[in-house]
Design a protein around this ligand. Structure first.
Ligand SMILES: NC(=O)c1ccc[n+]([C@@H]2O[C@H](COP(=O)([O-])OP(=O)(O)OC[C@H]3O[C@@H](n4cnc5c(N)ncnc54)[C@H](OP(=O)(O)O)[C@@H]3O)[C@@H](O)[C@H]2O)c1
Length: 271
């Protein structure tokens, strides 16, 4: 299927690794130009040439910007950078973030503040900064990375899932506001996907609650938990999520908006 995004300008946050990197790869392979954003300059410096090497005659179509999306000035800076590099913004993929394992009583005030800033506030600010450029072009696509917990809350991931619910609500409300401008806004309710995020933020909590896993490697724990919780019997891959994000970001999507697509292998929990 031709996604009809040749030459489109995309911002993808959290694109130096995991799902964001796979989304950048997919959009680039379909002819889009990508601005990839993440905090760690070293990882970005590795990711950008890796992406560019896949489209060698179009290496200028990959631009990297080191930024923390949770900063108050970040959205303006990211959008300005995309406009300078590409002259417009057609696609915004709000992907930066991580999981926070634990219930309300185990979460600290700082956890809430940090997670809200990274996942929700940055999303609101980036949408607000990018939409005027999409309105000018009368075309735009926004994809917000949410989690299956926004639909089926799990108290083992209280903060993440409250924010996922808010992301789904933001997505629906914004979709209704900008539908008349040719802008489609959707979310993906992600289930267990094997990335660094899982290893760094979920596996330690699983190890605490499941002492019988003490001798297993992180990869084995992810495989065991995913098999237990996911009807398809395994964790998803970043590439599987990227395929959905690419369709939602594309010209071939003309009629899906305000939706949260469940991409969880049939699961309603991942822990
Ligand atoms: N994997 C899953 O099972 C799963 C499930 C549900 C939802 N999700 C959501 O999907 C998204 C992608 O997750 P992933 O699993 O691909 O994570 P990942 O492999 O850990 O990658 C996260 C990416 O986001 C960047 N990032 C993190 N915080 C950032 C910040 N404040 N500003 C800018 N960039 C930031 C990271 O780079 P730096 O650290 O260098 O900034 C990295 O590029 C996240 O929002 C996550 O909550 C994932």
């Amino acid at each position: 299927m031709n996604l009809e995004i040749e030459g489109k300008a995309a911002i993808i946050t959290g694109a130096s690794a995991g799902i964001g990197f796979a989304v950048a790869e997919e959009l680039l392979a379909n002819g889009a130009r990508v601005l990839i954003v993440a905090r760690d300059k070293g990882r970005l410096a590795d990711a950008a040439p890796k992406l560019a090497s896949k489209v060698d005659s179009r290496s200028n179509d990959v631009v990297a910007l080191a930024a923390d999306v949770s900063g108050p000035e970040a959205a303006g800076m990211i959008v300005d950078h995309a406009i300078k590099a590409f002259g417009g913004i057609d696609i915004l993929v709000n992907n930066a973030g991580r999981a926070h394992a634990g219930g309300l009583m185990a979460s600290a005030e700082e956890d809430w503040q940090e997670m809200t800033a990274v996942k929700l506030t940055s999303m609101r600010r980036l949408c607000k900064a990018a939409i005027p450029h999409m309105q000018k072009a009368k075309w735009g696509r926004i994809v917000n990375m949410s989690s299956i917990g926004g639909i089926y809350p799990n108290p083992k991931l209280f903060v993440s899932h409250v924010l996922s619910g808010a992301i789904n609500n933001l997505t629906k409300s914004l979709a209704l506001e900008v539908a008349k401008d040719g802008i489609l806004v959707n979310a993906i309710g992600i289930g267990a996907v094997a990335t660094d995020n899982w290893a760094n933020n979920m596996v330690p909590a699983v190890r605490r609650s499941r002492p019988e896993f003490a001798k297993l490697s992180d990869d084995d724990i992810i495989a065991r938990i995913s098999a237990e919780c996911t009807p398809v019997g395994r964790a998803g891959s970043a590439r599987e999520i990227a395929a959905i994000a690419a369709f939602l970001s594309s010209g071939r999507n003309g009629f899906v908006t305000g939706d949260t697509i469940e991409a969880s292998g049939g699961a309603d929990r991942f822990m």
